[in-house]
Design a protein around this ligand. Structure first.
Ligand code: PLP
Length: 395
């Protein structure tokens, strides 16, 4: 097979070879259970502690505030269900946004079925939450806010620090889903003013199936998983030592490369957009033009479906996405784009390109060579595309 041009780094990233090397000994040579007291277990426990300290340095917290999980989905579920259960006697109202990842969205829907009430604040046309809307949503019985740091589809970065200040003033617990920002932009939990923060290793060149929940000291939250006394009795289950070592290594590498990666990816992303805009009529950018991740470009094209573009690009060896990885395959238009006010028929024609460490200038040139003819071909076949009626909608 020819080289694959991978432009879907928001879905997942390849584990860095250094990460894989760091993980290897913990699978078979150093296989001890870190909860045991003999030397083999103790060396695993030491590796765990080192990983905890690495994470703590990266997000500026203390190691005791880091809890390892199986990934972003578990961290989000735990933060929301755990806080809701712990605080139910105080109140049953939760504030979140209308563009959260399904891991948060569906958890809030589940909590609604259990009698909690949820206010979903709107976003503007770029996908930004207005912190004042969060303030206005507060009620005396509000117990939790959950607003994501950066959106996984359009890359818009939310004003988390401002929302954090509002949450603190009101004395309301604040969770952010930082799965798309972890390892990509600097994170400091105090500067952000969050009490709970979710991250996932496979988004920053670490292994799949491992993540973390940062939990500020004294935060009231019930366990999601019951069993052994791991993670200070708050998250049961034998530790995934290789995964946790890999997560920490990946975060350390990401910290060292963060500025250079962003400085390389943002101009490539901008080149991609200028090239698309110059060669394809009726193409628009989704997401906030200013407050956005350096690696994300999300576009919509009139008259065609995201799925057909993905399949034709795949035939040319290019991997892109039409929404989040989890919504790809579903025929529902993205709830994120709908919340941004994009009509359903245009939301269907959206495409997400997310650049990463492997992306080269040549990849962008190749994409710009093959994509415009694909669009032209699909539009020729499209029953809803006509040159006369096109482009009524502007950014
Ligand atoms: N939150 C966001 C914003 C994500 O993008 C994802 C994954 O796409 C998740 C949560 C789920 O993370 P995981 O794949 O580690 O379960």
């Amino acid at each position: 097979m020819n080289k694959v041009i991978y432009l879907d780094h928001a879905a997942t990233t390849p584990a860095d070879p250094e990460v894989v090397a760091a993980m290897l000994p913990w699978h078979s040579q150093e296989f001890g259970n870190p909860s045991t007291v003999y030397s083999l277990g103790l060396s695993a426990a030491e590796a765990l502690q080192e990983a905890r300290e690495t994470v703590a340095r990266a997000i500026v917290c203390s190691p005791e505030e880091v809890y390892f999980t199986s990934g972003g989905t578990e961290s989000d579920n735990w933060a929301l269900k755990g806080a809701a259960d712990a605080l139910a006697a105080k109140g049953k109202h939760i504030v979140t946004s209308s563009i959260e990842h399904h891991a948060v969205l569906e958890t809030t829907e589940y909590l609604e079925k259990r009698g909690f009430e949820v206010t979903r604040v709107p976003v503007d046309s770029g996908g930004l939450v207005d912190p004042e809307d969060v303030r206005r949503a507060f009620r005396p019985d509000t117990i939790l806010i959950s607003i994501m740091h950066a959106n996984n589809e359009v890359g818009t970065i939310q004003p988390i620090a401002e929302i954090g200040r509002i949450a603190k003033e009101a004395g309301v617990l604040f969770h952010t889903d930082a799965v798309q920002t972890g390892g990509k932009i600097p994170l400091d939990v105090d500067a952000l003013g969050v009490d709970l923060l979710s991250m996932s290793a496979h988004k920053f060149y670490g292994p799949k199936g491992v993540g973390l929940l940062y939990m500020r000291k004294k935060t009231k939250i019930t366990p999601l998983l019951h069993g052994g006394g791991q993670e200070r009795g708050r998250r049961a289950g034998t530790h995934n030592v290789p995964g946790i070592v890999g997560l920490a290594k990946a975060l350390e590498l990401a910290g060292a490369r963060m500025a250079a990666d962003a400085a390389r990816e943002a101009p490539l992303r901008d080149k991609l957009w200028s090239g698309l805009e110059a060669s394809i009529p009726c193409i628009f950018q989704n997401g906030d033009p200013e407050h956005r991740l350096p690696c994300n470009l999300n576009v919509r094209l009139e008259g065609i479906e995201g799925e057909s573009m993905i399949l034709m690009l795949d035939m040319e060896g290019i991997c892109v996405s039409s929404g989040s990885a989890c919504t790809t395959g579903s025929l529902e238009p993205s709830h994120v784009l709908l919340a941004m006010g994009i009509p359903a028929e245009n939301a269907h024609g959206s495409l997400r390109m997310t650049l990463g460490r492997s992306t080269t200038d040549k990849d962008i040139d190749y994409f710009l060579e093959v994509f415009p003819p694909i669009v032209a071909r699909l539009r020729e076949m499209s029953p809803v595309w006509c040159d006369r009626c096109a482009c009524k909608q502007r950014n």
